[in-house]
Ligand binder design. Structure first.
Ligand code: PEP
Ligand code: MG
Length: 323
């Protein structure tokens, strides 16, 4: 099997009926890019920038960030790199920010919520990203978007920083795709409206599942409710993909579910365009997808959407496809 996977390293990801999907990798630091290449990643689907901010005693400067983003973009040699802006707060603390303790950190002041208030932090990151954009194929996405208004505000700040850089004679790429993570149910439900304004969606199932099922993703006692295969989740995923396609946008997924062998047939059937996963999952996923027909998976997904429980969905998939 390992031999077979190795052969697929420099191959595109194509279903048995000839449909191409993109398999990208999740990374946390520039050092992770080597693993993406070794495993034949077609891009970076999620660069979690939090690590740049953690393990130090003050905010990373614009230049420190610029170097990191530039390194990743250059090493990826023109392949798409989706960088997520800072997703800090909640459970991920930064001691030097001195944020007050919260009753419900996962429902609290985190990610884009923090960035829209602490514009100094956000603008520095946006400038670093914009400066790095000329070194590769940069895509930017905002995490934890709950309302259209948040997206518009974040986009306006990006546009402002871009205009400033241009007036300073600093080069900025003209075609940076701008997207959002869909990890809050309100945004999945409103995907048709978002799709008119964003270039792409990336579904963050790690959070989308916890918020949809109201089950803390870290709490063992309620882990039985953390159900990726619950038809409720599949229906939300479908809403997002359909909304994207109706507006000519693409939809990806960067939560753990995107690399899961039981989920992949369903996601393929629902029409997901990009799957972003840990680098080591890419070759097994490519091998699995090459044996699946998209037409058959569409039928499978349709059946799954109309089942009542997560168990029923798993049983359906297990009977239909060998993994
Ligand atoms: C997600 O929520 O699915 C996601 C990819 O983001 P993180 O795991 O960093 O919260
Ligand atoms: Mg998340």
């Amino acid at each position: 099997q390992v031999e077979e996977w190795r052969k697929l390293r420099s191959e595109p990801t194509v279903t048995s009926d000839g449909v191409h999907v993109e398999l990208a990798a999740n990374i946390g630091t520039p050092n992770d890019v080597a693993g993406v290449q070794d495993n034949g990643g077609e891009g970076v689907g999620l660069y979690r920038t939090e690590f740049l901010y953690m393990g130090r005693d003050k905010l990373p400067s614009e230049d420190v960030q610029f170097q990191a983003y530039k390194t990743v973009l250059e090493k990826m040699e023109g392949k798409p790199v989706v960088v997520r802006t800072l997703d800090i707060g909640g459970d991920k603390e930064l001691p030097y920010l001195d944020l007050p303790k919260e009753m419900n950190p996962f429902l609290g002041f985190r990610a884009v919520r923090l960035c829209l208030e602490r514009q100094d932090i956000f603008r520095t990151q946006l400038r670093a990203l914009l400066r790095a954009s000329v070194h590769g194929n940069l895509r930017i996405m905002f995490p934890m978007i709950a309302t259209l208004d948040e997206f518009r505000q974040a986009k306006a700040l990006l546009e402002e920083e871009k205009s400033k850089l241009i007036s300073e004679d600093i080069a900025v790429s003209e075609d940076i795709q701008l997207g959002i993570m869909v990890e809050i149910p309100s945004t999945a439900v409103m995907a048709d409206q978002f799709a008119k304004e964003v270039d792409f969606f990336s579904i963050g199932t790690n959070d989308l599942i916890q918020y949809t099922m109201a089950a803390d993703r870290m709490n063992e006692r309620v882990s039985y409710l953390y159900q990726p295969y619950n038809p409720a989740i599949l229906r939300l995923v479908k809403m997002v993909i359909d909304a994207a396609h109706r507006e000519g946008r693409w939809a990806g997924m960067c939560g753990e579910m995107a690399g899961d062998a039981t989920a992949i047939p369903l996601l393929l059937g629902l029409g997901l365009d990009e799957f972003s996963m840990s680098a080591t999952s890419i070759l097994p996923a490519r091998s699995q997808i090459s044996k699946l027909s998209k037409t058959d998976m569409q039928e499978l997904a349709f059946k799954a959407l109309n089942l009542g429980t997560a168990e029923d969905v798993v049983e359906l998939v297990n009977q239909a496809v060998s993994k």
